[in-house]
Design a protein around this ligand. Sequence first.
Ligand code: ZN
Length: 285
Amino acid sequence: MNAATSAFGVSPRQAHALAGLDALARAVPQAVILEGGSAEDRAAAGLYFAARLNCQAAMPPCGTCATCLQILENVFRDLHYFDGASETIKVDAMREVRLLVGEPPRGVGKRVILLAEAQGLTEEAANALLKAMEEPRPGNVFVLLAPQRERLFPTLVSRSFVMTLAWPDTAEPTPSGGDDDPWPLLDGLHSFWRTGRGWFTASKGRPSRACAERVLTELSRELAAFLAGRQDTELGAMLGTCHDPDVPRRLDLLLAESQEALILTVNPAVVLDRLATRAYLWLRR
Ligand SMILES: [Zn+2]
């Protein structure tokens, strides 16, 4: 890790993934999926990779040249950034991408088509993207960001090199008390699932979307740990005493649905309330 990685906002937790991206930059796949981490981690790693492929410094990316600065400001001519978190990625946009990647990049590096929170792609848009991925000219790279590869259409995953970022470190939560602090909500959820009481009071504070996203990320992490055989989390302990073996799978689907509902800018409190009550019915003994 150096000054350049902090220019891109990459967390020190992601040193391993960055080393992987540096290796990929030497033999660039046509499409890369970055999964894991938080939405911010994925966006930072995606921009880092775009700069790694275009910065002409001796040790790219330098974080200070015109190319790096333009990438950081999303005004670089060979970076095309689609943010599924702030709006639906439209089929028309993917058709334009298909025309774009029929041409070589304009600069000396690679043209990067970066799709943040690509799990929000409609089936129609994903199909248009797939067509673009099937016939690109050399010099074009697709980078898809998503919480987990299972949330993308399998046809996209099968064409991509998948790299997994480190999960957010639960030992270092955001400073408590801020609007995006997920821990009071998580505590409320865990306690509601254990006792059946208290959740709706806990959610009165109208969580922000970023906060709700962090709650979902943390629950996904707990579920992943449980599926890997660990029961040392609150959710893992509850799943461990749950009699229905199908609950982890249903919970995974519910988390994916909740993530998508958040992207479609449904009220975050409603999304979390629905998650809380549905999972409660499955988890109660
Ligand atoms: Zn640079």
